[in-house]
Ligand binder design. Structure first.
Ligand SMILES: CSC[C@@H](O)[C@@H](O)C(=O)COP(=O)(O)O
Ligand SMILES: [Zn+2]
Length: 236
């Protein structure tokens, strides 16, 4: 018997949405290989999320390739669907959903955030760009700093680092040398934010100037000097 009587219906709806969104991100090249994962909140008391199953081709997910997890990202007993392992990063999804109050969290392996974090490892500052309105922020007279945390495999450590830098008005996080997390009220708001943020981060990466070298003094971007990166064409 399921923990919650609404689960089978809720999970079916969530599974359809998660599979459709995953296919869309995969077609965009943001979920290469088996990378990336998505979640939606099913309930808050106690916290329960439907998260994409681990290690699967995210272009090919079916509505049954989702797992219900708890506030720590652990699969709860008596899942309605087939046995699946939850995303290895479900713990960070749950933490983000709990701390931010978001209804959906998306994690994609898109390149621009990772390149930006390489250049500004203490946070990527964005300002004076119309696309900031897509994050719910001002196009002018506002500086939006996207936090950067180090990569790791322990989701509690990543969750602590996320929470330490969390601001309610900044719905995104870059995990260095890894990828991007964005959240919103639902999967659609989260995607719209992710798309705007990709544009913004591509802009700052492609318009950044200055020598490539070890991180040092702050720059006009409000973060650190660049460290070595490859361009999107793969050249230094
Ligand atoms: C190219 S595999 C990348 C994974 O290690 C991980 O970072 C990822 O995004 C997907 O993990 P998953 O467990 O399938 O949700
Ligand atoms: Zn990942």
């Amino acid at each position: 018997m399921s923990e919650h009587p609404l689960w089978p219906t809720q999970l079916d709806q969530a599974g359809r949405a998660l599979a459709a969104e995953s296919a869309r991100y995969a077609a965009m090249g943001w979920m290469r290989g088996t990378s990336g994962n998505l979640s939606v909140v099913l309930g808050r008391d106690p916290l329960r999320l439907a998260v994409t199953a681990s290690g699967m081709d995210k272009a090919e997910l079916t509505p049954r390739d989702v797992v219900v997890v708890d506030e720590h990202g652990a699969a709860v007993p008596d899942q309605p669907g087939p046995a699946r392992r939850p995303s290895a990063e479900a713990g960070l999804h749950a933490r983000i959903a709990r701390v931010s109050g978001a209804g959906a969290v998306v994690h994609v392996h898109v390149l621009a955030p990772v390149v930006a974090a390489e250049r500004w490892p203490h946070g990527v500052a964005l300002r004076d760009l119309e696309m900031l309105k897509g994050l719910g922020r001002g196009a002018h007279d506002d500086v939006v700093t996207i936090p950067v945390i180090p990569n790791g495999q322990d989701m509690r450590v990543l969750g602590d680092a996320f929470e330490a830098g969390f601001r309610a008005d900044t719905p995104a996080l870059i995990v260095a040398r890894h990828g991007l997390y964005v959240w919103g009220e639902d999967l659609y708001q989260a995607r719209h934010r992710a798309e705007c943020l990709d544009w913004l981060l591509r802009f700052v990466v492609e318009t950044a100037s200055g020598p490539v070298g070890p991180a040092s003094a702050p720059t006009g971007n409000g973060a650190a000097e660049p460290t070595p990166v490859l361009s999107e064409r793969g050249t230094p």
